[in-house]
Design a protein around this ligand. Structure first.
Ligand SMILES: Nc1nc2c(ncn2[C@@H]2O[C@H](COP(=O)(O)OP(=O)(O)OP(=O)(O)O)[C@@H](O)[C@H]2O)c(=O)[nH]1
Ligand SMILES: [Mg+2]
Length: 337
């Protein structure tokens, strides 16, 4: 199961209370105050881990509490600090305060750490309140409560190129041809139910990451099909590759398909439509009717978008497409190679 959004509750440990005590020893009359301070409560820390690809591990485990600080004791003994807890999140996780919606942190690199709830300070024991004119203080402080908050965790995959298009357009087939990813491929809509990533290597040891996401249909922003929530995974890409099936067997109008998908992208976020886009005509091997390909090419030309006809079956156009993607995300002069 691919879980990309969860709510969790975190609670740092409370500080331990300060203690009231007086030294009582044989032959030491009127021993001074000796109440120790409370220990500090433990923190709750999130850290980015490459071993996690989803937020699934939080699904049935939504509460995370750190240990409280122990109370201070007599003979000036300070209470032990509570142990902190650390929880892994996948790289690409955005942490929000669930109440205000404010973004608290955005995990972009492995091993990055972020404190989400600070442990409470321990209270001072009465020994700390003694002065020359106040030699038997009874003052002491309770520990401060640990921070407590509800967090919304949202995973946004970190990919360079996002594949968008209608169901059945050939997105998964393409990623399986240009990377080692092996997503499910089948001749029916909505084969892909969750996003996946593929690493594409090209040139001399250079590589970039492509995201395959579920297909979009008209009204996806209203919840039709699988909806548009997966689009969050391509929000951070630098390039969108818009795949359009130009084969006859699809029985679809490539130009109309293109505009429908564009409309769905726009209704999700204007920022998506502002991203650089390339148009990829797919299934060239079964596109006998050249007019469909040409209609799409014309549309791409009119909008100033680069156009790449391919066949994932014969391999036609794949090298060129790969290099165009690489050049767009990594820069350099590889385009059209
Ligand atoms: N002839 C031919 N068939 C292709 C080509 N690319 C994909 N197909 C076929 O088209 C069908 C759909 O391919 P997928 O890669 O699963 O399509 P998708 O865009 O990932 O579809 P969803 O996951 O449902 O959104 C499969 O039967 C593929 O074998 C191609 O270049 N030529
Ligand atoms: Mg697919």
């Amino acid at each position: 199961m691919f879980i990309d959004e969860v709510l969790i509750d975190v609670k740092a440990g409370d500080g331990g209370n300060g203690c009231v005590a007086f030294r009582r020893e044989k032959y030491v009359p009127r021993g001074g105050p000796s109440g120790g301070d409370g220990g500090r409560g433990g923190d709750v820390v999130l850290f980015a881990s490459e071993h996690y690809n989803t937020l699934l591990h939080f699904r049935f485990n939504p509460e995370h509490r750190a240990e409280r600080g122990r109370h201070g004791e007599g003979s000036n003994r300070t209470g032990h600090d509570g142990a902190s807890i650390e929880r892994p999140v996948p790289v690409g996780t955005v942490v929000r305060d669930a109440k205000s919606g404010e973004i608290l942190h955005d995990f972009t690199t492995p091993e990055e750490r972020f404190l989400v709830a600070r442990g409470g300070r321990g209270g001072r024991g009465n020994a700390r309140f003694a002065t020359s004119v106040h030699q038997a203080p009874r003052e002491h402080e309770p520990g401060k409560p640990g921070e407590e908050r509800r967090l919304q965790l949202e995973l946004k995959l970190l990919a360079d190129v996002g594949l968008v298009g209608f169901p059945n357009a050939g997105k998964s087939t393409l990623i399986s041809r240009i990377s080692a990813a092996r997503p499910k491929i089948a001749d029916y809509p909505f084969t892909t139910l969750e996003p996946s990533l593929g690493v594409v290597s090209f040139g001399d040891d250079r590589s970039f990451v492509v995201a395959d996401i579920p297909g979009l249909i008209e009204g996806a922003h209203l919840g039709h099909g699988l909806g548009v929530r997966f689009l969050r995974h391509i929000e951070r890409t630098r390039l969108l590759a818009h795949l359009v099936d130009v084969s006859e067997s699809s029985g679809r109008d490539p130009v109309r398909d293109f505009d429908v998908v564009l409309g769905e992208l726009a209704s999700f976020s204007e920022a998506l439509t502002a991203k650089p886009m390339i148009v990829v005509a797919t299934k060239l091997d079964v596109a006998q009717d050249a007019s469909r390909v040409e209609a799409l090419r014309k549309l791409a030309d009119e909008r100033g978008l680069p156009f790449y006809p391919i066949s994932s079956v014969t391999g036609e156009g794949l090298e060129r497409l790969k290099h165009a993607m690489g050049a767009a995300v990594l820069g350099g002069t590889q385009a059209g190679a």
